[in-house]
Design a protein around this ligand. Structure first.
Ligand code: 3H9
Length: 693
């Protein structure tokens, strides 16, 4: 065996050279890996005893793509295109032996090999779109030549990982084999290619499928139309589509030029910078400086959930999906039955769409035990309280749990804003108490805020984070403060939205600005969806706010056919002249004179105040890092990932600009805009949120 460099070695077995890459964690195409491949292939080609080459990887995966950490830095080492040219132009057959995930540049390297053999558990895909990019190493030109333009469009714009069997069916893999036999079967495959004198197939020369689609622009027009909603605001999907169009309409080398040009345009843009940042942010969030990964954890074999309402039921489903037995507790049989029926109906609905089988539904329901007895939670390892937001009720429940549940179990509250320390103080074991703030609908939303109380123990924190990962959530560890990270920042936006309406902007003006910014909907459309009467009590309502007035008129949101907006029978929102008049009258009563509010003012007041609050959260140590705040916003509140998150966005536009605007607003509109100390300090030091360690 010859070591090519630190990450590649070449073994000659009989007349076959086996080039093995070993660059943990994911064999990304760093300069060293590119050098290793290039030198290894050249050495094998130069060796007259070698008749064929197998390219294989050590560790958990085949090449998972370009090395994202190299992006934006000056290029070093050989260009990937030169590495690929050496493989594709090799006079001896090169076979890729694929296990784990062949993604992005990894699949593009496999596509210049003459053949591909894959382990049964392997997957492949071109996920560049999720980084705001497109496959920039020939992927957009070679993929449609194998799978056809229609499937290629799906793959490059979704970034989906395709299983080995499906990939083989599409022609991407030439042989699928048992995982343990991959190396041996890949070697056998090259020998067979030689024995049968099969051609050294170059994907670039396969023109049949792209030519068949030529002169059919409707393929692309239809695809764009069908996905317009999904792609809204993102640059990368459109650029990916243009590349597939180029593959169909232009000769290979011309198509490659289009791909290069569009790849560089994306790479140099702010969207990809934001999405690449988010990729690392979403991994960083699991890193807890004072609660390392080797902190002992508690084995969670049985979970109790208090409350079978929407929240409790949704939380239960997360656990059942992961195979964790759940006991769900209610105070009345009727509520318990209703909760059970809802869970069952949700599962049946998923099964009817073919996403799970009827057997899956039965298996999950069998793990769920309904009860009216709190005593049934005595041996639970984790109890999650999910009743309505009332401190006295929660304290009462935690006091009872303290007496019932075994020592060492985790006692969690799903509160979205209340003081976890106060709840913990209702027990004799505050170290076991933590907040697990699920977002609604809890079985769908990815985010979990794990709220650490002053006394929460490290094993309880670590266990909560691990459990979050197990049930497929993305968790951010936050500290106790009103609304924690997400709702605390949201409150700023809500307050400004309400104030802006009294100053002269209409709900739909504000919604439009935030929608165009990239949110799925604005605050007023959101209120209509959630129901304006959340927390509204008719007896106490005194027309004191717009919301009260609307609720009193039975305009309680989409469910009553009217809220801030009117709704037609297809639930399309229509700006309401009635509401406009109500607003004008209400503002007049408050002595406000209406003025024209610019779109820029709407955006700045709604978003900069959130950023400012984020700065305060960091200042107070309620979030570990600025990027954790961004993870919360992308996953919990629909912040457009192509803008990274509020803190990254602030860094992108410039903290000095945010500070200047806050100061201006403070001078005219008062203390709501007082800049955070951290914001002032960073600007004074010429630093960004991203520079904070
Ligand atoms: C591309 O290929 C462009 C080309 O078309 C054109 C070029 C000209 N680079 O996710 P994990 C790190 S764009 C650098 O936790 P898993 C990751 O940060 C690329 N680092 O593991 C983490 O580090 P740490 C297209 C990378 O098992 C560690 O590896 N490819 C890269 O849950 C483990 O990662 C992609 O977009 C990378 N490419 O999932 C694939 N990938 O331990 C991106 C990972 O310090 N990667 N790291 O936190 C993935 O989707 C997942 O990592 C994968 C493994 C599925 C591979």
């Amino acid at each position: 065996m010859t070591a090519i460099n630190a990450v590649a070695d070449l073994a000659i077995e009989g007349d076959i050279a086996i080039l093995t890459l070993n660059s943990p964690p994911v064999n990304a195409l760093s300069a060293a890996v590119r050098t290793g491949i290039l030198d290894g292939v050249e050495l094998a080609i130069a060796d007259s005893n070698v008749k064929g080459i197998v390219l294989i990887c050590a560790g958990k995966t085949f090449i998972a793509g370009a090395d994202i950490t190299e992006f934006g830095k000056p290029p070093v080492g050989p260009a990937l295109a030169d590495v690929q040219a050496a493989i594709e132009g090799s006079p001896k057959p090169v076979v890729a032996a694929i296990h784990g995930t062949a993604l992005g540049g990894g699949l593009e390297v496999a596509l210049v090999c003459h053949y591909r053999v894959a382990a049964r558990s392997a997957k492949c895909g071109l996920p560049e779109v999720n980084l705001g990019l497109l496959p920039g190493a020939g992927g957009t030109q070679r993929l449609p030549r194998i799978v056809g333009p229609a499937k290629a469009l799906d793959m490059v714009t979704s970034g989906a990982h395709i299983g080995a069997a499906a990939a083989a069916e599409m022609g991407l893999f030439d042989l699928v084999t048992d995982d343990a036999a991959l190396r041996a079967d890949a070697i056998a495959f090259v020998k067979q290619v030689n024995a049968e004198q099969r051609p050294l197939r170059k994907v670039r020369d396969l023109n049949e499928k792209v030519e068949a689609a030529r002169g059919k622009p409707e393929l692309f027009a239809d695809f764009r139309r069908a996905n317009a909603r999904k792609f809204r605001g993102f640059d990368a999907p459109e650029y990916n589509i243009r590349c597939i169009e180029a593959a169909v309409n232009l000769p290979f080398d011309e198509g490659m030029k289009v791909e290069r040009k569009l790849f560089l345009a994306l790479m140099n843009g702010t969207q990809s910078a934001a999405q690449r940042y988010y990729f690392f942010a979403s991994r960083q969030v699991w890193n807890l400086p004072d609660v390392p990964a080797d902190t002992p954890t508690i084995d969670v074999k049985k979970v109790g959930i208090i409350g079978a309402g929407t929240m409790g039921g949704g939380i239960a489903m997360n656990l059942l999906n992961a195979g964790v037995p759940v006991v769900i507790v209610e105070t009345a049989q009727e509520a318990l039955d209703r909760g059970m029926r809802t869970i069952r109906a949700n599962y049946d609905n998923t099964a009817s769409k073919g996403r799970i089988t009827a057997a899956d539904v039965d298996k999950r329901m069998a793990l769920l035990t309904p009860t009216l007895e709190l005593g049934q939670l005595a041996d639970a390892d984790l109890v999650i309280e999910a009743v309505y937001e009332n401190m006295d009720v929660k304290k009462d429940i935690f006091g009872k749990l303290d007496k019932i549940v075994k020592r060492g179990a985790i006692l969690a509250t799903n509160t979205s804003a209340l003081d976890v320390n106060e709840i913990a103080a209702a027990t004799s074991r505050p170290e076991s108490v933590i907040g697990l703030h699920f977002f609604s609908p809890a079985n769908v939303m990815k985010l979990l805020e794990v709220v650490r109380g002053d006394k929460t123990s490290k094993p309880v924190i670590r266990t909560s984070m691990e459990l979050a990962r197990k049930i497929g959530k993305i968790a951010a560890l936050v500290g106790v403060c009103p609304g924690f990270v997400g709702n605390r920042m949201l409150a700023q936006r809500q307050r400004e939205a309400q104030k802006l309406v009294l100053e002269g902007a209409l709900p739909w003006d504000i919604d439009r600005v935030l929608y165009n910014f990239g949110f799925p909907m604005g605050p007023f459309a959101m209120s209509d969806l959630a129901g304006l009467d959340l927390g509204w009590i008719r007896e106490k309502s005194s027309s004191a706010t717009l919301r009260e007035i609307l609720c009193e008129m039975d305009r309680r949101g989409q469910k009553t056919g009217a809220g801030y907006y009117d709704y037609d029978d297809k639930r399309n929102a229509i700006p309401s002249p009635v509401v406009e008049q109500i607003i004008r009258d209400f503002a007049a009563r408050k002595g406000m004179t209406s003025r024209v509010v610019s779109e820029q003012e709407i955006l700045e007041r709604c978003v900069y105040t959130m950023i400012n609050e984020g700065a305060k959260i960091l200042e107070e140590g309620k979030a570990i890092r600025a990027s954790d705040i961004d993870v919360v916003w992308v996953n919990g509140y629909g912040w457009p990932v192509y803008r990274g998150g509020p803190m990254f966005y602030a860094d992108t536009i410039g903290l000095d600009k945010v500070l200047a605007a806050m100061k201006n607003f403070e001078a005219t509109l008062g203390a709501d805009f007082k800049p955070a100390r951290l914001l002032e300090d960073l600007v004074a030091q010429g630093r960004k949120f991203g520079d904070l360690k």
